[in-house]
Design a protein around this ligand. Structure first.
Ligand SMILES: [Zn+2]
Length: 287
């Protein structure tokens, strides 16, 4: 599943190509994937592409004078992709939504942005924007998202403030909780705990202030490194130009059970936590 580094990479790859372009045609190809709520994005200009957790937000300014700003909110879920195309080829199988984008001063030079998803769990919503630029009526969980891990609100103090309320929660489940921190999934939770030298099964209530600081630093470093490698491509993930990421070559913990730890050589272990396979080094991450 695409996590923060993959969604951020998609954002960075599509941003320069779509910003300033007008949606001159919008083609929903599969019922139930594009949820417009009766709004119409046709004719809108794309002014920005933002990310919040694992969501992408395309900011739209309608040109009909009937609507205020709109937001096209995208969640890739398991296998969703946003793919740019420079030619009007037949949409490949599993393409569920296609936008044709032109520059107002170059109407004969379009590009296409496809939402492609083999598992079809991903969704695209069209929503109005409130005066602060937040989507109105966003799907479950969006408004409850915790701080962005690469932003200033994510801090040891924020995590310490949650320690009593979540004292019996494992650190792995804590990091996967999108209300605690927005954008982590199984890969980067395992990688962050390895980098912080913390055991994934340790209870939040027993984590010291110093350990929370280590965890914050580790999360930030792991995510920044993964973004700089254009994300992790193990199965489906590609960026907006259909290119794989490189962070799969740098994984220290995720998927490495049974292999020697890259730091100490101890055989890595796995266990189920929060319903997810979790890999860790019993020596480096003894807490
Ligand atoms: Zn180790």
């Amino acid at each position: 599943m695409p996590e923060l580094p993959e969604v951020e990479t998609v954002r960075q790859t599509i941003l320069p190509s779509v910003t300033g372009r007008q949606i001159d045609m919008i083609s929903p190809l599969t019922p139930g994937v594009y949820l417009s709520g009766g709004l119409d994005a046709s004719g809108s200009i794309i002014t920005d592409v933002r990310r919040r957790g694992k969501y992408l937000l395309l900011d739209l300014i309608p040109q009909d004078g009937l609507h205020g700003p709109l937001i096209m909110l995208v969640h890739l879920r398991m296998t969703g992709r946003l793919l740019l195309r420079e030619r009007d080829e037949t949409p490949p199988r599993h393409t569920h939504l296609r936008l044709r984008l032109t520059r107002p001063d170059q109407p004969d030079n379009p590009i296409w942005l496809d939402f492609h998803d083999t598992r079809r769990f991903g969704r695209v919503w069209l929503l109005t924007a409130d005066p602060e630029g937040r989507p109105v009526g966003a799907p479950g969980g969006y408004d409850a998202l915790g701080p962005e891990p690469l932003g200033p609100e994510f801090s040891a103090a924020w995590l310490q403030g949650l320690r009593d309320k979540r004292k019996n929660t494992s650190l792995k489940a804590f990091l996967l909780d999108q209300t605690v921190i927005a954008g982590l999934g199984n890969i980067y939770a395992d990688e962050s705990l390895f980098a912080a030298k913390l055991a994934p099964y340790q209870s939040v209530g027993t984590v010291s202030d110093t350990q929370f600081s280590q965890l914050v630093d580790a999360v930030r470093q792991v995510l920044a490194d993964a973004v700089s490698c254009q994300g992790t491509s193990l199965r489906d993930y590609v960026d907006g130009w259909n290119r794989k990421g490189r962070f799969q070559d740098c994984l220290m913990a995720y998927g490495r059970a049974g292999q020697p730890c890259r730091i100490c050589g101890t055989v890595m272990r796995k266990m189920k936590l929060a319903g997810r396979t979790t890999c860790w080094c019993p020596d480096c991450q003894s807490s």
